[in-house]
Design a binder for this molecule. Structure first.
Ligand SMILES: *[C@@H]1O[C@H](CO)[C@@H](O)[C@H](O)[C@H]1NC(C)=O
Ligand SMILES: *[C@@H]1O[C@H](CO)[C@@H](O)[C@H](O)[C@H]1NC(C)=O
Length: 491
């Protein structure tokens, strides 16, 4: 999918390399966040646009890396300001951050290629460089002074609490820009709209969606720049939505209200050595095909049915696809398409007297009048439990008992395309759970990074993520996935 585009390389005096491509000749392809091409430089000695200065700042940081004995390359995150000095030099105020790339002397401009270290050193620096001239395009770093700063400041927010970074970035339509980010062009947006069958009512709507697409790609770039696993982010079916709109239409875990309290389930008495290294309930006929909640905040219903389907299949030996619509219409503790909680849904299934199958009470993705008929119920549940927040114990319970309903922060899921997703806590606050999904298994990646992961069944159709599934890092409470683990009990 990530088609490498033809580009030529211009070597500047400093040994740096700029890829040149005429944006008019872009082939109709997915927008590629990993593509470092971001502008056309014709005369390296003329500094006109902000992008020219940003490139100058990247070269200055590159030269400063060459002088440093740090093990890791520092990367420009943002050029804060620039000024001419009295003797004709240029003073750049930059925010830079230690990356995961070794300080090997190679110039890298894209944060997607050198992701930042979560606990790396954050600096605000003043770099003074000679102005490039036609006779000498090579710039010289004349001086630098740096002070340590923190991640939030570098990423764009100074409000204090770590949670605010995630909240503000993922709820606004104006994400600050990050160095090396290639702003998608109208051409890219046309390809995106074509690919996902998007149609817009009028030019105004189209223009709005284009701006939203550009902003979302900036968020994807931020996720990529801070990715700790092997997650890949970019355009998805949600990339023209405002993050708040996305949450309303495609998630629906309602944590504003307190859910029904559940008693604690029993964690199997198991030696750690006896825990399988990988486990997948899909191989054991306990998981139905991936469903699609559509434009309705009913994730909580899908998370619940997924769990009950698994429990019924394991206890009764029959895999039955169950009705989310029954919960959307008949569950009085929850708000249908307006959101809900699995802990309430279990109680309501017991009150109603069971669940109809998908076939007898089909999903239409809108709030309707309840038409549940008890004689039509194909399954029942007797009770519900909460499971541990300890991921080892969650794995033990899962391997012995079945898929688990969980809550998660969906920030990274909105733009997830594959790999084992492992976002920083400040871009995926574990305390802001907004989406209900289902853990169906776990494993360890076979690539060099060997990331342990959970296999998470989502309800955004089979074309999202990895065939409808999310692979997310296992072991450090990524995106809060361990904080709301529950299950129905069938006696
Ligand atoms: C579980 O619930 C079903 C349906 O309500 C009921 O028939 C059954 O007796 C219950 N089992 C136990 C052990 O309570
Ligand atoms: C998590 O649970 C496992 C198994 O019960 C235990 O060995 C481990 O110490 C627990 N970890 C924490 C942080 O409590």
């Amino acid at each position: 999918m990530w088609l490498t585009l033809l580009a030529t390389c211009l070597v500047l005096g400093g040994g740096a390399c700029v890829l040149i491509r005429d944006p008019k000749n872009l082939p109709c392809d997915d927008y590629d966040l990993f593509d470092p091409v971001r502008r056309v430089i014709t005369e390296p000695w003329t500094l006109r646009t902000d992008a020219d200065y940003e490139y100058l700042a990247q070269q200055a940081v590159h030269q400063s890396n060459a002088r440093s004995n740090s093990l890791y390359k520092s990367m420009l995150v943002r050029l804060k300001s620039r000024a001419k000095t009295s003797d004709g030099d240029i003073r750049l105020t930059v925010l830079q951050l230690e990356s995961k790339c070794r300080n090997d002397g190679k110039f890298v401009s894209s944060l997607a290629h050198c992701p930042l270290r979560e606990n790396g050193l954050f600096h605000e620096c003043e770099l003074t460089v000679s102005a490039p001239t036609k006779a000498d395009a090579k710039i010289k770093l004349r001086g630098q002074s740096c002070v340590k700063t923190d991640a939030e400041l570098v990423l764009g927010y100074t409000s204090g609490l770590p949670s605010l970074v995630a909240t503000q970035l993922f709820q606004s339509s104006a994400t600050p820009s990050f160095a090396g980010f290639q702003v998608p062009l109208l051409e890219h947006f046309r390809c995106f709209a074509l690919r996902y069958g998007k149609t817009y009512d009028n030019d105004e709507e189209r223009a709005l969606r284009f701006r939203q697409f550009q902003n979302n790609m900036k968020l994807a770039y931020l996720l990529q720049a801070t990715e700790q696993g092997s997650g890949v982010y970019g355009p998805t079916q949600f990339s023209d939505l405002h993050p708040v709109e996305f949450r309303k239409l495609s998630t629906g875990l309602d944590t504003r209200r307190k859910g029904s309290p559940l008693k604690a389930g029993r964690i199997p008495d198991m030696d750690l050595e006896d825990l399988p290294v990988a486990f997948d309930w899909r191989d054991k006929n306990a998981v139905t095909p991936v469903k699609d909640q559509g434009q309705c905040g009913s994730c909580w219903a899908f998370s619940t049915t997924g769990n009950v389907e698994g429990q019924w299949a394991i206890k009764k030996g029959k895999l039955v696809s169950l009705s989310e619509q029954e919960l959307v219409d008949c569950d009085k503790l929850d708000q249908g398409c307006g959101g809900g909680l699995p802990s309430n849904a279990y109680k309501e299934i017991i009150r109603l007297g069971g669940m109809e199958s998908e076939g007898s009470y089909p999903y239409d993705g809108s709030d309707d009048k309840c038409s549940f008929q008890k004689p039509e119920a194909s399954v029942y549940i007797n009770d519900s439990i909460s499971i541990s927040t300890n991921e080892t114990e969650i794995a033990m319970w899962l391997a012995q008992n079945g898929p688990i309903s969980i809550g998660i922060n969906a920030n990274a899921m909105m733009l997830y395309m594959g790999g084992v997703s492992h976002p920083w806590k400040i871009v995926c606050n574990p305390k802001s759970l907004d989406h209900g999904v289902l853990i169906v298994g776990y494993g360890v990646a076979t690539d060099a990074k060997k990331n342990p992961y959970w296999i998470v069944k989502n309800s955004w159709g089979p074309h999202w993520g990895v065939k409808g599934y999310y692979l997310v890092y296992r072991g450090d409470g990524t995106c809060g996935l361990n904080l709301m683990c529950t299950s129905a009990v069938i006696a």
